[in-house]
Design a protein around this ligand. Structure first.
Ligand code: HEC
Ligand code: HEC
Length: 208
């Protein structure tokens, strides 16, 4: 195992342990369904939003949803639309229920495209690019972008997400207009990605 990989693993473990200890009691998806009315107008009745600028939340880890909404509330992440919406979740208990509801829905899914860019995106996702120091996405986001493991909410589900949202958020990480990623993990990777890489990997992921 290379030193670099060992350091990565160590970092993950440390971050995961601190994250897990912060996470709240599990919410109630049944109660969450009623409470999610403040969110479904944009994110979809079952968390599968129609408009590509509203991310899908269906099948996302509940703790990841909670973290993101808290980041918006605390201004660690900001967006013209969502920053104003975070408070409508109505406090930690309601938020936990809403998150549990979206997490319990059938996981986000796209329709696969076939093109040269999809193949290029798949290669980047699975293999990274050693020459340019790009660590492969699959190591953290798991097979088909469906997350690293059921018990690790740290690395979000990204397979089947809208292409436009994926590209936007990757560019936000690159420009550091989104900087709520623990340890700057995504910024480190995104800064090495070209516009072509971002378009290709988003094309691939959106189809999973
Ligand atoms: C008026 C539309 C709108 C409403 C209502 C809304 N959101 Fe959002 N939400 C957005 C947009 C737009 C983004 C993407 C922000 C960005 O591009 O950074 C977002 C992002 C998010 C994210 C981050 C997803 C990710 O993959 O990182 C979460 C979680 C979220 N919203 C949860 C909620 C919850 C919970 C509610 C209800 C309390 C809600 N939203 C209500 C528009 C909305
Ligand atoms: C070292 C681990 C790691 C690697 C490798 C990695 N990511 Fe991430 N990624 C993360 C973490 C952690 C987050 C969550 C950031 C947060 O908490 O806001 C994230 C978030 C994201 C998001 C935002 C999801 C959302 O809806 O909020 C996208 C998109 C993403 N990564 C794409 C990629 C792509 C594409 C690659 C490969 C080019 C990649 N990641 C490689 C750790 C990684």
């Amino acid at each position: 195992m290379s030193v670099c990989r060992k350091m990565f693993l160590l970092l993950f473990t440390m971050l995961f342990v601190s994250y897990a200890s912060l996470s709240q009691a599990a919410g109630d998806p049944v109660k969450g369904k009623d409470k999610a009315g403040a969110c479904t107008g944009c994110h979809g009745e079952d968390g599968n939003s129609l408009a590509p600028n509203f991310p899908k939340l269906a099948g996302q880890y509940a703790d990841y949803i909670v973290k993101q909404v808290n980041d918006f509330l605390q201004n660690k992440r900001s967006d013209q639309v969502m920053s104003g919406m975070a408070a409508t979740a109505g406090g930690p208990e309601n938020l936990a229920d809403i998150a549990a509801f979206f997490a319990s829905q059938k996981t986000m899914k796209g329709s696969p495209l076939k093109s040269a860019t999809v193949r290029q995106g798949k290669k980047l996702y699975l293999k990274g690019d050693q020459k340019r120091g790009i660590y492969a996405c699959v190591n953290c986001h798991g097979k088909n972008g469906k997350g690293a493991s059921k018990s690790n909410p740290f690395f979000p589900v990204i397979g089947g997400q809208h292409k436009a949202y994926l590209s936007k958020t990757l560019k936000d990480f690159r420009a550091k207009t989104r900087s709520n990623d623990p340890g700057g993990m995504m910024a480190d990777i995104a800064k090495k990605l070209s516009d072509t890489d971002i378009a290709a990997v988003s094309d691939y992921l959106a189809g999973l």
